[in-house]
Ligand binder design. Structure first.
Ligand SMILES: C[S@@+](CC[C@H](N)C(=O)[O-])C[C@H]1O[C@@H](n2cnc3c(N)ncnc32)[C@H](O)[C@@H]1O
Length: 328
């Protein structure tokens, strides 16, 4: 199970990267915040990051090359097999990016001439987030990818409170938002989507019935309540016909979930599945899956970091992103 889940995460990583690049404005804003916080707020020399439900570390591999020179990551998941794989993949990523790689048990250190990035894995059940307060302590950034739709509204409120307590910036990427579009269209597409979305709202072990497609709205409310400012961006998967492996697993997963919710409709769902798989096989299937990225920061620093530390960059969309040579 863990192996096949690791395979699924490997299959989806390229689609995740493309989708995140499309939403990269959030990233340029995030870079401004972190740079300001690290230069100004607590004088830290490294960005301290918490990645929740890290899986095999895809979020680390996306952000690490974009967050500046020195970083200290804590990668948390309840699945020890995925965490072991995360360390292997991060080592390979570090080598490919010309870092000297030193694995030290559940920790790994990547060093280059002017940069040190450390990542420590911790096996932890995040179901009762209230009990996991310590992992948030001193974090500049709390992040997660492909997680929010699995958690409950209560869990999101607890997450927001922990972030606020530490004045952490938050970035949640690739949260499924309940929309999808398959081409060519089949008559049952809409019904299958509704059944799948009902399945998404079941309890996934993270604080009660999952917020599912409503997760980003719930997160927005939770972070506004604790006094955060927000930016929301679309980060949809745009799957091309040649991405057959990912499309097959995705459609299979939708069918399984739909049958679980409505076993009496099994025959109709299996017939739909066969037609969709045939579209994939002959190379004419396009699938769009709706995701959102959410960036949130304490409103007391909403103007502060830009104006106090970057008086020339009042407009967060200006060229600072291009100045990739600046340290955090
Ligand atoms: C869809 S995967 C996303 C993984 C990774 N963030 C990525 O983007 O590839 C969801 C992750 O949540 C983790 N997870 C699910 N329930 C959890 C729990 N109760 N405590 C900690 N992690 C959990 C799973 O092990 C899995 O790695």
């Amino acid at each position: 199970m863990a192996d096949s889940f690791a395979n699924w995460l490997a299959l989806r990583e390229p689609a995740d990267l493309s989708a995140r690049d499309a939403a990269s404005q959030s990233l340029s804003e995030l870079q401004l915040f972190l740079r300001a916080m690290c230069h100004g707020a607590d004088g830290a020399r490294s960005v301290r990051v918490l990645d929740l439900a890290t899986g095999t570390g895809s979020n680390f591999r996306y952000l690490a090359s974009r967050l500046g020179r020195n970083q200290e990551w804590l990668l948390v998941d309840h699945n020890p097999v995925l965490l072991t794989e995360a360390l292997v993949l991060i080592a390979a990523w570090g080598t490919a990016h010309n870092y000297r790689v030193s694995p030290e048990g559940s920790r790994i250190v990547l060093e280059a001439d002017r940069s040190v990035i450390s990542a420590e894995t911790r096996c932890l059940d995040l179901g009762a987030l209230e009990a996991s307060r310590d992992i948030f302590a001193g974090r500049h950034l709390v992040t997660a990818s492909a997680l929010l739709d699995l958690v409950s509204d209560r869990w999101l409120r607890s997450l927001a409170a922990h972030c606020r307590e530490n004045n952490a910036t938050a970035l949640f990427s690739l949260s499924y938002n309940g929309t999808s579009q398959c081409t060519p269209v089949e008559p049952e597409d809409r019904l299958i989507l509704q059944l799948f979305n009902r399945h998404q709202a079941q309890d996934k072990g993270l604080g009660g019935p999952a917020a599912g497609p409503d997760a980003v709205n719930c997160a927005q409310r939770a972070f506004v309540t604790v006094g955060y400012e927000l930016r929301r961006r679309q980060s949809d998967w745009l799957l091309r016909p040649e991405q057959r492996g990912l499309q097959r697993q995705l459609i299979d997963g939708w069918a399984d979930a739909a049958i679980e919710v409505a076993p009496e409709a099994g025959e109709m769902i299996r017939s739909w599945l066969l037609r969709r798989l045939e579209h994939i096989r002959v190379g004419r299937s396009h699938v769009v899956v709706g995701h959102d990225d959410l960036l949130a920061w304490p409103s007391s620093s909403a103007v502060g970091p830009f104006e106090r530390f970057h008086p020339l960059t009042r407009n967060p969309f200006c060229q600072t992103f291009a100045r990739g040579d600046e340290t955090l």
